[in-house]
Design a protein around this ligand. Structure first.
Ligand code: GLN
Length: 204
């Protein structure tokens, strides 16, 4: 069966675990989800999520707990990572904030709390590359992606990129774990041709 990890030093962890379980069940994968607060677990994971929350806190703790180099190794091995909202900020190559020690895994620059500055949170029907129907995207004090290097834009809102892919890593400015719709998790973990997950046969 599959082993999944949710970086759980801070943020909306349980919702990601539930979304991973839904996306896996939809594909007949058995999955065990670990909450990651210390080093030593990530190396066993086939797929990883890094949730929304508070990016300075998440970045500080993934570094101090020794999880950061393990996440980098996971991605270097071609295994999928979904990084959402604060997770996107931490995974980016330029958070534009000295208090965030980025992982440099998604070649984008971001600006914290820039999206929907007028309105703290909103929901938008997003057209996402690879999905047939619009995705109901929940934005909460979301970062804006203000520069895109060697990464693919999967969705835009208000003419700005809000979902990107850099090889095995998918990053979203919004929160795909907060709606029952697990298609973004499916896209990131099971339908990204640039990422390696065990075949269904092996995972049963
Ligand atoms: N505003 C948060 C930050 O910059 C991110 C918001 C979120 O993850 N919902 O860290």
């Amino acid at each position: 069966s599959l082993t999944a990890g949710v970086v759980a030093v801070q943020g909306d962890v349980e919702e990601h675990a539930a979304a991973i379980e839904r996306a896996a069940a939809a594909r007949d994968h058995a999955v065990t989800v670990h909450e990651i607060r210390e080093s030593g677990i990530v190396p066993d994971c086939d797929l990883l999520a890094m949730p929304g929350g508070e990016s300075t806190t998440i970045s500080r703790l993934v570094h101090s707990e020794g999880i950061a180099p393990e996440i980098r190794d996971h991605v270097a091995a071609g295994k999928p990572l979904l990084a959402t909202c604060a997770g996107l900020i931490v995974a980016s190559s330029d958070p534009n904030d000295d208090r965030v020690d980025d992982l440099g895994l998604i070649d984008v620059g971001v600006e914290r709390n820039a999206f929907g500055r007028q309105k703290d949170s909103f929901e938008a029907p997003l057209d996402v590359a690879g999905l047939d129907e619009p995705y109901p995207a929940v934005f909460i004090r979301a970062p804006a992606i203000d520069s895109v290097g060697d990464a693919d834009v999967l969705a835009t809102w208000d003419d700005r990129p809000v979902a990107v892919r850099d090889g095995p890593v998918v990053g979203t400015a919004f929160h795909p774990e907060l709606t029952p719709d697990s298609r973004i998790h499916g896209l990131a973990f099971f339908e990204n041709q640039a990422a390696a997950v065990p075949a269904v046969e092996d995972a049963r």
